[in-house]
Write a protein that binds this ligand. Structure first.
Ligand code: FCB
Length: 449
């Protein structure tokens, strides 16, 4: 049976600058927080990653061979403005060439302005807990728009502010590696403010651009349906799934969430008059990243800190994932994807949704020139079917970007986690299409499963 997708459904693949580009000192690029963070002993770095900065033409040819019409990539702030402020024309010229090359191959570019790689110079000024970064980000957005705005219509301000703020400044597992729960909340607020100001800047530039932000969501599961478990799930859900979303929708931070975080004492003082209006700029679409659900359990003592990586949560914990896991240890639950999309459709009042990332890491091997990644094929098939079900049940989902085009630098996990449709040999930089790439190309060609 064929599951057909709506006419005009946007099929794409996604990548991020630091995960694929390499060439971290080329053409005047300045260091980003990921260069500094990965200079720690024993860590893999973003050089050479997929050497995409030099091989982008080959990669665009691959995209074109696959016949996937949209491509989501990110611009590295530290290439375009090595110190966060001063323009480096050679850095901008790279993205200019990339956009032209994509368009020459009939591929529509979708630009993400921030995928976690803050210029180190701005971290030296305090990083995202410093609200001055919001204005600098808006200047940067406008600078990129001036060069690409005549050809790029789809703009995403920020990818997963949750990870940038809570993992970067809360538990410190990501760059800049700071462990300060109170500062993490302020970073989250300032990222939202940066999004709002950048959105205003992009809109002021005129044109017909579509502006979005990309958020990551984790539906919360519990074993027991009682008041204590529901409250544990509520806490996790509000911080993970609504801290960023509700202010964007013009509803401010949910009062329950503010109460959950009150003991840290940092969030409310960081919200200046007028911030919530700036954050609530109308969005054209919401970018949705979904990989896996979370599992919540109550703690007896409501004052006990949670072991989960979200800053400020108390009285609940997360439980280990179950069932079949990906190589990153993530639980595979396509049905949660359907429910998430239906919930978002309702919660966001019908705002169009685009899946900006979905995919899975598995241990792949090249055998006689092929990569038979059945597990990834199954993951995509099941999750695309889940998206289809959500659309049938009324969710307004306009597109799907597979994560990722290439095996790449998976942040703190280095090169150990392969998410690509295309296998990359990091010694030789040879690219080999996996079976999942052929599967996805077929889905795209038929606009259905
Ligand atoms: C998301 C990130 C993306 C990639 C995937 C696996 O959180 O946005 O860069 O690392 O996870």
């Amino acid at each position: 049976m064929t599951l057909g997708f709506p006419a005009g459904f946007r099929w794409g693949t996604a990548t991020a600058a630091y995960q694929i580009e390499g060439s971290t000192t080329a053409d005047g690029r300045g260091p980003s927080i990921w260069d500094t963070f990965t200079a720690r002993p024993g860590m893999a770095t973003g050089d050479p990653a997929c050497d995409h900065y030099r091989r982008y033409r080959e990669d665009v040819r691959l995209l074109s061979e696959l016949g996937v019409p949209y491509y989501r990539f990110s611009v590295a702030w530290s290439r375009v403005m090595p110190d966060g402020r001063t323009v480096e024309p050679r850095g901008l010229a790279f993205y200019d060439r990339l956009v032209d090359t994509l368009l020459d191959h009939g591929i529509t570019p979708m630009v993400t302005l921030y995928h976690w790689d803050l210029p180190e110079a701005l971290q030296a000024e305090g990083g995202w807990p410093n609200r001055a970064l919001a204005d600098l980000f808006a200047d940067y957005a406008l600078t990129v728009h001036k060069v690409l705005g005549d050809r790029v219509r789809q703009w995403t301000t920020i990818n997963e502010p949750f990870c940038a703020a809570f993992i970067g400044y809360g538990n410190g597992d990501h760059a800049p590696g700071i462990r300060d729960e109170g500062a993490a909340l302020v970073a989250g607020h300032n990222l939202l403010l940066a999004h709002g100001k950048a959105t205003q800047a992009l809109r002021s530039a005129g044109g017909e651009q579509e502006v979005s932000i990309v958020l990551n969501f984790a539906p919360v599961l519990t074993d027991v349906d009682d008041a204590a478990h529901r409250e544990a799930a509520r806490k996790f859900d509000f911080l993970h799934n609504r801290f960023f979303l509700d202010p964007l929708l013009g509803r401010g931070y949910p009062p329950e969430l503010l109460a959950d975080l009150a003991h840290l004492g940092t969030l409310e003082p960081a919200i200046a008059d007028g911030d919530l209006e700036i954050i609530a700029q109308p969005l054209d679409v919401l970018g949705v990243n979904y990989y896996a659900p979370a599992r919540a359990v109550p703690l007896d003592d409501p004052e006990t800190d949670s072991n989960c990586p979200l800053p400020g949560l108390r009285g609940m914990d997360v439980q280990p994932p179950r069932g079949e896991l990906t190589s990153l240890g993530w639980e595979q639950r396509p049905e949660c994807f359907t429910e998430l999309l239906l919930w978002l459709h309702e919660h966001c009042g019908g705002l169009p949704l685009v899946i900006a990332e979905n995919g899975a890491a598995f241990e792949d091997e090249v055998v006689e020139g092929r990569v038979h990644d059945e597990k990834r094929v199954r993951y995509f098939a099941e999750h695309l079917a889940a998206v289809h079900t959500a659309i049938e049940r009324g969710a307004d989902v306009r597109g799907y970007m597979a994560w990722s085009l290439l095996d790449n630098f998976e942040w703190a996990m280095g090169y150990t986690q392969r998410f690509g449709l295309v296998h990359v040999d990091f010694e030789t930089q040879e690219r080999v299409l996996k079976d999942s790439a052929l599967f996805y190309a077929d889905v795209v060609a038929r606009n259905g499963l």
